[in-house]
Design a protein around this ligand. Structure first.
Ligand code: ASP
Length: 324
């Protein structure tokens, strides 16, 4: 009897402290883990929304870049983090390609995370170092086929969007190139600018400034329509590679087991951040837009993740690209 009473008291205090934690959440800074290097497009998107999200939540949001293995290193770490709402993950389309690309993934995107909401869908741009010989996409295809042993393509590792886009490009022109993996396309861009590597396909959030400044060559945008902020850049369809299209969606995650009240609070803060005029303005300058409010929800994000995993599985299997 006495033991039962003690157990009841312990359970009561456990549940009241959990309830208290939800009510007072967040009572300390929140970390959003970015699975690529600082200065790249995923980092840029995360930093842009972190400030208004933090304002809404009344806490500082700290960004931690945990780069490696095409984003799977960080995902694996966050999957195993304490589900208390203080460690979150911003990832992109790589979350949906990793289960097919990686044979030994130590997490399941659909099981080990609570989805918090979609963030944005970013166009990709096929770019090259400024003095790379070809000037149009058609010239690029001819040049690359003729020089396939010397052209070097930069990406952010297997599972990165730049890897996926490169894979689709190489498939479209039936030519494999030497690739150099970086920990993010931030550092890869540095090497494109210095001329150390030739080609890259990356989000407009990382390339628009350099394209506008004439610091890199651009061949096409991988979207059905031209971009308002880069009106002179043709689409891949207009430039002659109609099957080659991809957009990079981003989503915010918490480890599975995170309390639904915390999930709802963070998701609401994300929705508010995506309506912030400064976020909308800066996203537009970088060639993208925030998702609609009904997409920045745990449910819409969960459904989209499942859809995207199913979409990419056969494409990756056909390309036969796998990693351990
Ligand atoms: N854009 C990169 C990618 O290839 C990642 C990054 O640096 O954000 O996925």
């Amino acid at each position: 009897m006495k033991t039962a009473a003690l157990l009841c008291a312990a359970a009561f205090s456990f549940f009241t402290s959990i309830a208290g934690a939800q009510e007072t959440y967040p009572s300390q800074p929140i970390t959003i883990v970015v699975p690529f290097s600082a200065g790249g497009p995923t980092d840029t998107v995360t930093r842009l929304i972190a400030e208004p999200m933090g304002r809404e939540l009344g806490q500082q949001i700290v960004i931690s870049n945990v780069a490696g293995a095409g984003g799977t290193l960080a995902s694996g770490q966050v999957a195993k983090a304490k589900p208390d709402g203080y460690t979150l993950l911003m990832h992109h389309i790589g979350m949906s390609t990793a289960p097919t690309l990686y044979r030994n993934l130590d997490f399941d995107p659909q099981v080990d995370f609570a989805t918090l909401g979609l963030v944005t869908n970013v166009p990709m741009t096929l770019i090259a170092r400024k003095d790379f010989e070809p000037s149009t996409l058609q010239e690029l295809v001819t040049f690359v086929k003729a020089n396939k042993d010397s052209v070097v393509y930069a990406n952010a590792g297997i599972g990165a969007a730049s890897h996926l886009c490169g894979m689709l490009f190489m498939n479209a022109i039936d030519t494999a190139l030497t690739t150099v993996p970086y920990k993010g396309t931030g550092p890869a861009m540095t090497d494109i600018l210095s001329g150390d590597v030739d080609l890259m396909c990356d989000q407009s959030t990382n390339t628009t400034g350099q394209i506008k400044g004439g610091e890199v060559k651009v061949y096409a945008v991988t979207t059905p329509e031209r971009l308002g902020n880069l009106p002179d850049v043709p689409t891949t369809t207009e430039a002659g590679l109609p099957g080659f299209q991809v957009g990079v969606w981003h989503g915010l995650y918490a480890p599975k087991g995170t309390d639904p009240a915390i999930v709802a609070k963070v998701s609401k803060a994300l929705q508010t951040a995506l309506k912030d005029p400064k976020v909308i303005e800066r996203f537009a300058e970088l060639g993208t837009t925030p998702v609609a409010e009904d997409q920045a929800t745990p449910e819409a994000h969960k459904a989209y993740l499942a859809e995207q995993i199913a979409l990419w599985k056969p494409i990756i299997e056909k390309a036969g690209v796998f990693a351990d």
